[in-house]
Design a protein around this ligand. Structure first.
Ligand code: TYD
Length: 213
């Protein structure tokens, strides 16, 4: 089973992924946690290029193709082998991030990016995508607090430095995209406590497991 987590910064994706991993392991599953960009060895190099503040001059199309390259490598070297070995794969971001950020955020055509994603994933779409939804004002406040706890500056990466309007567009884009794929994508309200969010997620995932995916 392949589950992806999506959402703007500060939704608590990594906390929720760790909690779901524990829960699934308690049910006897073997779980691989991975992320984009940077889930493969080559992807880690692409991640540095993509997120470094030094690369403010990265052209939007070049950025797009680097995310897609990272994804192709991730699917073929990491995700597909783990699924074939019978593991549950949890990925922090996947194809929908490209639609949300590069299409809705940066202004490219979502349908065109969906086609490019289809090439990048090589037929391997998630069984389930959990979209953690939060107001960007709250999400970015949480991300900023986390960064300062971890000793990073506020504008730690190129995306944290984007405007609030950009993050609003990304959030609305995610919601529009979830409405286009209601079977695969589930919206999880993410302003509550980590425990509340975790129990909504467990309920969704366990009902899918019982349905035999
Ligand atoms: P990261 O530090 O992993 O952020 P987060 O904790 O929010 O996941 O940075 C990943 C950034 O890359 C994030 O701001 C979203 C962006 N991104 C895209 O713009 N397009 C993509 O296809 C992917 C996978 C990520």
């Amino acid at each position: 089973m392949f589950i992806t987590f999506e959402g703007i910064e500060g939704t608590g994706k990594s906390t929720q992924i760790a909690l779901l991993k524990e829960r699934l392991e308690a049910l006897g599953k073997r779980v691989l946690v991975t992320l984009e960009p940077g889930g493969s060895r080559i992807g880690a190099e692409l991640r540095r290029v993509l997120l470094s503040l030094e690369n403010r001059d990265l052209a939007p199309q070049a950025e797009l193709f680097l995310y897609l390259a990272d994804r192709s490598q991730h699917v073929s070297q990491v995700i597909r082998p783990a699924l074939e070995a019978g593991m549950v794969v949890l990925s922090d971001r996947f194809a929908d991030s490209t639609v949300a950020y590069q299409a809705y955020g940066r202004g490219m055509d979502p349908e065109m990016l969906h086609e490019l994603n289809t090439i990048a994933v090589g037929g391997l779409w998630p069984d389930m995508t959990l979209l953690l939804d939060i107001d960007p004002e709250l999400g970015l406040r949480r991300a900023t607090e986390r960064n300062s706890r971890e000793g990073k500056t506020v504008a730690e990466g190129r995306f944290e430095a984007e405007s609030m309007a950009f993050h609003q567009r990304v959030r609305q884009g995610y919601l529009a995209w979830a409405a286009r794929f209601p079977e695969r994508m589930r919206v999880v309200e993410a302003s509550g406590t980590p425990e509340d969010i975790a129990s909504s997620i467990s309920a969704l995932v366990e009902s899918r497991l019982h349905a035999g995916v």
